[in-house]
Design a protein around this ligand. Structure first.
Ligand code: TMP
Length: 219
C-alpha cells in the first residue's frame, strides 16, 4: 500500500471516575484490538511522552501549596499538546490506532465539573491545542462514586486528585454524563457496577459495533 492509500487510524479513549476499573479494561480492549489485527499505540493522559509524564508527576503530587485550578488546567493542556504532537498525531497519520487512558473529556469532568472552571475556557484551550482532533470513540465506564472511591482507596497512597472529597467526584461524574449527552454518537457507556465478565461483554459489543461502523463507511 502506498502512503497515499493509508487510511488514518482511529482514536479511542477510555474515561471514568477513580476506581471504575480502567486499567483492567484498557488491557482487555488492547488485547481485543490486537487480536483483530490492529496496529495499536497504547498511551495515557496526562502523560504519554517523557515531558508529559514529568508534568503528570507534578500534577498528581501531594503538596502543601494549593494548586490554582487555572495553573492545573494549563499544565494538563501543556502535557496534551506535547502528547498530541509527539505520539497521537504521528501514530494516527501512519495508520495506527491510538488507545488512550483519558483525554479531554476528563478535563471537562475534573477541571470543569470538579474545579468549576467554565466550559468556555476549556473549549478555548481545546481548540488551541487540538484543532479539530477528537476521539472517534470513547468508552465511558460508569460507577457510583462511593463504590469507585472505596476501590481506588484500597490501592494505598492516594494522589492529589484521589484525596478530593466525595462531592468533587459527584460533580466529575455529573460532568461526564453531560459530555455523554452532548456527544451520544461518540460515547459507548458501560455500566461498571456489574461483574467483570458482563463489563467486558459490553465493551466487546461496543468494539464490534465500531468495526461494523467502519466497514459500513468503507463500502
Ligand atoms: P488516572 O488516575 O486515570 O491515571 O488519572 C490521573 C488523574 O488525573 C485522575 O485523577 C484524573 C486527573 N485528570 C484531570 O484532572 N484532568 C485531565 O484532563 C486528565 C487527563 C486527568
Amino acid at each position: 500500500m502506498t502512503s497515499a492509500q493509508i487510511r488514518p487510524g482511529l482514536f479511542i479513549t477510555v474515561e471514568g471516575v477513580e476506581g471504575v476499573g480502567k486499567t483492567t479494561n484498557m488491557a482487555f480492549i488492547r488485547e481485543w484490538l490486537e487480536r483483530a489485527g490492529v496496529e495499536l499505540v497504547c498511551t495515557r493522559e496526562p502523560g504519554g511522552t517523557p515531558l508529559a509524564e514529568e508534568l503528570r508527576a507534578l500534577l498528581l503530587a501531594n503538596r502543601a501549596e494549593p494548586v490554582d485550578p487555572c495553573a492545573e488546567l494549563l499544565m494538563i493542556f501543556a502535557a496534551r499538546a506535547q502528547h498530541l504532537s509527539q505520539v497521537i498525531e504521528p501514530a494516527l497519520a501512519r495508520g495506527a490506532w491510538v488507545l488512550c487512558d483519558r483525554f479531554t473529556d476528563a478535563t471537562f469532568a475534573y477541571q470543569g465539573g470538579g474545579r468549576k472552571l467554565p466550559a468556555a475556557v476549556i473549549e478555548t484551550l481545546e481548540s488551541l491545542v487540538q484543532g479539530g482532533r477528537q476521539p472517534d470513540r470513547t468508552f465511558y465506564l460508569d460507577l457510583d462514586v462511593e463504590t469507585g472511591l472505596a476501590r481506588a482507596r484500597k490501592r494505598g497512597d492516594a494522589d492529589r486528585f484521589e484525596r478530593e472529597a466525595r462531592e468533587f467526584f459527584e460533580a466529575v461524574r455529573q460532568a461526564y454524563w453531560q459530555r455523554v449527552q452532548a456527544n451520544p454518537a461518540r460515547f459507548t457507556v458501560i455500566d461498571a457496577g456489574v461483574s467483570l465478565v458482563e463489563v467486558q461483554a459490553a465493551i466487546a459489543a461496543g468494539l464490534e459495533d465500531l468495526f461494523a461502523q467502519i466497514k459500513g463507511e468503507g463500502q
